[in-house]
Design a protein around this ligand. Structure first.
Ligand code: PLP
Length: 469
């Protein structure tokens, strides 16, 4: 097909040429990135100068622009493709995920309504069911959708709960609730819950932070006590959000006990397994998630341990009708079809990218066995890191069965945020400091499938140097 605007869409031959030049640039950049500094070594002044040189009055060659952009990213980005990136769950990605994003971008299906993109939506439904099955949910009950990330999925769970427990909420808003709704998450949970309470209109003060057990897990006795107390004081508890794999420390709340309290008190039971959920690909680890089968909804991120490019989250639930009630809307211009399958009336988004293809193609090409090997390797490297840290006089303070290690100096009272800054500035590894149970810790997560024992030794070396300074 000839295009009158060859800049908008070049000929097949020039497209192939441009693709080849971009891929060559990317391959070369990756080679430098993976053996260079974890953060790039760019100077911000130079970066701004290069960006400011684009005045948009002089159209430029696409291959040249791509080369410039790749260079900028190479110089000034925390590199998640670096084997020394022990970071915040951001993965080194699967190549299948990259190819999937290119297919999605090129054919650009619109997933707002089923009738516009049956192929894409059916692929997503199939993938959602495969992920839901990891948590022992009966296949025919599994519904949900892909989201931009875990935050959107968690927000969705809260909106469903608010819609469920007062049938007037949809129209009258929070004023429908005679008693102020309250929600329960642990002190170690992902604190975006404050944002969702704010956005949903119940307010940040409706978030109850439940005490933990000293090891980062929600204390069910404290949970029960808070709920009982709130009920007696005229609040209406509606929601328990347990975390399976806390962001700080990879800890798993007692899901059986939390689920039991939720059923007893007639509350929504949500499990935030944004990062940790991927561990359920290993049959021997499924028992870690015992209790999740009674959850009303689950968050799993595909762009964390499932290693697909951002942004790709998953929201799983069992009640498609309530999902439809939560996001109902009618627009005369929207194409009609099987309305129970229309994403725009069952989710926060309207225009919708084919987010799920990245996970579908990664699963299709790696197979469960590929993901099992990937998750098992991260966990095994994390235990190795734990062991080596203890040998070198560091003390591991969390007890996660997953792949995050939180640690402190066993003897000295080091300024740990300073230590992580030192590590990052050296550029061999990337770790962070965090608070675990109220105390400063250093945090290293095996997040790159490129990491090996060699990179753990490099990290240890730098850590010891930081301590010796
Ligand atoms: C990362 C994370 C989130 C937020 O997910 P995004 O994908 O960043 O939106 C929520 N909960 C937990 C436990 C997380 O680790």
């Amino acid at each position: 097909m000839k295009n009158k605007f060859s800049e908008l869409w070049p000929s097949p031959q020039s497209r192939t040429g441009i693709q080849e030049s971009v891929i060559t640039e990317l391959n070369n950049a990756l080679m430098r990135v993976q053996t260079g500094s974890t953060t790039g070594s760019g100077d911000i002044e130079k970066l701004r100068e290069t960006i400011n040189a684009f005045d948009f009055n002089t159209p430029q060659d696409l291959s040249a622009v791509a080369k410039t952009v790749i260079g900028l990213l190479e110089d000034a980005t925390v590199h998640t493709m670096h084997p020394g990136y022990f970071g915040l769950f951001n993965p080194s990605v699967t190549f299948a995920g990259v190819i999937a994003d290119q297919i999605t971008a090129t054919l650009n299906p619109q997933l707002a309504v089923w009738s516009h993109a049956p192929a894409a939506i059916e692929i997503e439904r199939f993938t959602i069911q495969a992920i839901g099955s990891l948590f022992n949910w009966p296949k025919k009950e599994i519904t949900g959708h892909f989201t931009t990330g875990g935050a959107e999925a968690n927000f969705t769970s809260l909106l469903m709960a608010l819609t469920k427990y007062n049938t007037e909420y949809a129209d009258a808003g929070v004023w429908a609730y005679q008693n102020r709704p309250t929600i329960y998450v642990s002190k170690e949970s992902h604190l975006a819950w404050y944002k969702f309470a704010h956005h949903a209109g119940i307010g940040r003060e409706s978030v109850r932070l439940v005490d933990t057990d000293g090891l980062g897990r929600m204390n069910p006795d404290s949970l029960q006590a808070l709920i009982t107390n709130d009920k007696a004081s005229g609040f209406q508890p509606i929601f328990i959000g347990a975390t399976a794999g806390t962001t700080n420390a990879g800890m798993i709340d007692p899901l059986v006990a939390c689920g039991h309290i939720a059923k007893q008190e007639n509350l929504w039971f949500h499990v935030d397994a944004a990062w940790g959920g991927a561990a359920a690909v290993l049959p021997e680890l499924r028992s870690l998630f015992a209790g999740i089968e009674v959850a009303d909804s689950i968050t799993v991120d595909a762009h964390k341990w499932f290693a697909v490019p951002m942004g790709a989250g998953i929201f799983l639930c069992k009640d498609n009708k309530l999902l439809g009630e939560t996001f109902r809307v009618k627009a005369s211009y929207m194409p009609k079809g099987d309305e129970s399958l229309d994403p725009y009336t069952h989710s926060i988004q309207w225009s919708r990218r084919f987010i799920g293809l990245k996970l579908f193609m990664s699963l299709a090409t790696l197979g469960w066995q590929g993901y099992q090997a990937h998750v098992a390797s991260a966990i095994s490297l994390a235990s190795q890191l734990k062991m080596r840290l203890e040998q070198e006089g560091w003390s591991v303070v969390n007890d996660s069965p997953l792949a995050v290690v939180c640690f402190v100096d066993a003897k000295a009272d080091l300024d740990l945020p300073c230590v992580s800054e030192f590590i990052v500035s050296k550029g061999n590894s990337w770790i962070s400091s965090a608070k675990f149970e109220g105390k400063d810790v250093l945090r290293a997560c095996i997040s790159s499938h490129f990491s090996t024992t060699e990179h753990i030794e490099i990290l240890l070396n730098d850590l010891n140097e930081a301590r010796g300074k």
